[in-house]
Design a protein around this ligand. Structure first.
Ligand code: GLP
Length: 226
């Protein structure tokens, strides 16, 4: 595991974008696992500015709510608005888990993810693998944790509108990626980062399973620092 601590969110975003850029330059048909949420937004903005060639890149999003994909708070909408519509990626190379978890998993297994980008929830979730997720889990439908529903309610008009189910890649799926880049920013992530990277490997903190990944890079800002 390599831990990189940056002074600010801006620097973290630039570092993450540069990391992705290097992988695409080396392998133009990179299979890229993506995340949504506020942490990765800065990285997407930087990647857009870089004007990279995404024409051969294929992407798999780590998770999506069980929600109408046209809903403005769906991750599908988020990805197109904040990233895909600004780059030259082909629509047919974009995969988001919106309906059949098993098919999604099979497609990932066929392609193999080269680099998986991840954020982390305050409760230590990765993707929507909430506490109690098993190390053997694959893409599936899950129920969201109370903490997650509360945290994500900031994007919705009210907490009652937050979906309580989601589809997420599993821990096993994520651990199979060749490289993994975990991003965390801000003091409200400090505890989760500490438990994930320095604590025992436990289903209570799903991100702690990442300690088992052979090629894990963690980029955090000082506020989220260990
Ligand atoms: C969300 C998503 C994750 C995301 C994480 C952190 O609930 N399911 O994919 O990485 O939690 O989100 P944020 O960056 O907004 O704090």
């Amino acid at each position: 595991m390599e831990i990189i601590i940056k002074n600010s969110y801006e620097e973290l975003s630039k570092y993450a974008a540069e990391f992705v850029k290097q992988r695409i330059l080396k392998k133009p048909d990179l299979v890229l696992g993506l995340a949504s949420g506020s942490t990765v937004l800065g990285m997407y903005k930087e990647l857009i500015k870089m004007n990279l060639d995404f024409s051969k890149v294929c992407t798999f999003n780590v998770d999506e709510y069980v929600i109408d994909p046209f809903h403005p708070q769906s991750y599908t909408y988020y990805m197109w608005e904040n990233f895909f519509k600004h780059i030259n990626i082909k629509k047919e190379n974009v995969f988001i888990p919106i309906d059949n978890p098993q098919e999604y998993e099979e497609r990932i297994q066929e392609k193999g993810i080269d680099l998986q980008i991840l954020g982390i929830g305050r409760n230590g979730h990765i993707g929507f693998n909430e506490p109690d997720s098993s190390i053997d889990s694959v893409t599936r439908i899950v129920s969201l944790d109370k903490t997650t529903i509360k945290d994500n309610s900031r994007f919705f008009n009210s907490i009652s509108q937050v979906p309580f189910k989601a589809i997420t890649m599993g821990i096993k799926t994520i651990l199979q990626s060749k490289e993994c880049l975990l991003l965390a920013s801000g003091k409200n992530k400090k505890q989760a980062v500490k438990k994930a990277l320095k604590g025992p490997i436990t289903s209570e903190v799903p991100a702690s399973y990442l300690q088992k990944h052979n090629n894990l890079f963690v980029v955090i800002d000082k506020e989220a620092g260990l």
